[in-house]
Design a protein. Structure first.
Length: 424
């Protein structure tokens, strides 16, 4: 959380950060350098660690229902009618929205992962696509879990190494309660063997795991640990709202990271995760918007403010998650949660994913100390101040306009496809 006033960021031709520092002592400009002067503040591009972004197609569908009823009666029937093209357009519109809010990386869990990857590549953003394996009513056309897993592994193999540095493919098990045990172990083994990020929903609502817990006589995290699900090096547990002290100890022991989704958790009345306890235990925590059908937007700035608000309400401590810690969640914390030391911080060697916010605004006045800047970013600024965005040094948003997506077409495609999905 170092503040350079004024500061510089030196970016190399590959789109990596060469140097960051005080602009009164800039690096010598070589002949192949161009210098661009900007006002406001430059931050690392935000990292949205838990998202089902193509659900832009379902925004506003089935409001005000309990989680399971919402999934079974509204979401899954519509998703059952979705095809790869629908996913592509849902993701394309989402990419425009994410970039406009300064979110340069999102970790996605969705069907038709290849369509998600294609949309991200076309939009110029960055993603970790954890291809979802799910067995649910109406989803039979996706095939059994084994064939879904094979498809996901195949896509990952195609993007392994440096095929496209903006795309990483991981694996996802939707949840312990939507998959048989042998599927969970199969997915975890595949992730471990290939060192893929492994994502799963855990303890989102209070009673979702009740049947499993009764059957196995232990909590879902304890069950997942027992069957080896936490053995891969990078495991990301979304939500993790209802965890006991023992569950927390398991996360710490196994190095499981948490994708905290405060807005989705409050909107769906799921509860408030123990974020300050996670951080105290040394568990990596990033922020997620969750899908746009349960949020209902992809604005990570809102999460960065809601997270500390909820922790203060939960603990009764006005010192919980100060601005530096809150701002750390969607940046450094997100990169840690994804196991990606190349993102989330402006420092040498990391990707030049940059966001510029305009500070000539009441939200940033007065600014007496560096700490005021951090406080204003969390408590009074918002995504409306994001003006420019770069991904790997390439400008993708200029003056609030997304340069890489035909937004008007994307809106029309999503509108028309959503109508079809709703009516069948
Ligand atoms: Zn989710």
């Amino acid at each position: 959380m170092t503040v350079h006033r004024p500061g510089f960021v030196d970016v190399d031709h590959a789109g990596r950060i060469e140097d960051v520092g005080d602009a009164t002592q800039p690096p010598p400009a070589g002949t192949d350098h161009t210098t661009q002067r900007v006002s406001g503040v430059l931050l690392p591009g935000l990292v949205n660690v838990h998202c089902h972004s193509p659900m832009t197609l379902l925004r506003g569908s089935g409001e005000d229902l309990p989680l399971l009823q919402w999934l079974e009666e509204v979401v899954w029937p519509r998703e059952g009618r979705m095809n790869a093209d629908d996913t592509y357009w849902g993701m394309t519109l989402a990419c425009a929205e994410l970039l406009r809010f300064g979110v340069t990386t999102s970790c996605e869990m969705y069907f038709y992962p290849e369509a998600v990857v294609d949309a991200v590549r076309d939009a110029g953003s960055r993603c970790v696509v954890t291809a979802a394996v799910l067995v649910a009513p109406g989803m039979e056309h996706l095939g059994g879990w084994q064939s879904q897993l094979d498809t996901a592994i195949g896509l990952g193999d195609r993007y392994a190494g440096d095929a496209d540095p903006r795309v990483e493919v991981g694996l996802a098990a939707h949840a312990a309660y939507t998959l048989p045990i042998e599927a969970l172990t199969g997915i975890a083994e595949a992730a471990g063997q290939r060192d893929r990020l492994l994502q799963i929903h855990v303890a989102e609502s209070q009673h979702e795991g009740a049947e499993l817990e009764a059957e196995h006589g232990k909590s879902v995290p304890a069950l997942l640990e027992d069957i080896g699900f936490f053995e891969p090096r990078r495991v990301l547990a979304a939500h993790s709202v209802w965890l006991s002290d023992e569950d927390l100890a398991i996360y710490r022991r196994a190095g499981v990271a948490v994708a905290h989704c405060p807005q989705s958790n409050t909107k769906l009345a799921s509860g408030i995760a123990r974020v300050t306890d996670f951080l105290e235990a040394g568990i990596a925590v990033g922020l997620g918007t969750d899908g746009p059908a349960s949020n209902n937007d992809l604005d990570l700035w809102e999460e960065a403010r809601l997270a500390p608000l909820l922790q203060r309400a939960r603990t009764g401590e006005a010192t919980a998650l100060p601005a530096e810690a809150a701002l750390g969640l969607p940046t450094r914390g997100g990169a840690q949660a994804l196991g990606r030391p190349d993102l989330g911080v402006l420092e040498r060697g990391r990707w030049a994913d940059l966001v510029r916010l305009e500070t000539a605004d009441a939200a940033f006045v007065p600014m007496l100390t560096d700490r005021d800047l951090l406080a204003h970013l969390v408590w009074s600024a918002s995504s409306r101040h994001v003006r420019d965005v770069w991904v790997a040094g390439r400008r993708v948003v200029a003056n609030g306009v997304v340069l890489t997506v035909d937004e008007e077409r994307a809106r029309a495609e999503v509108q028309q496809r959503a109508e079809r999905l709703a009516t069948g």
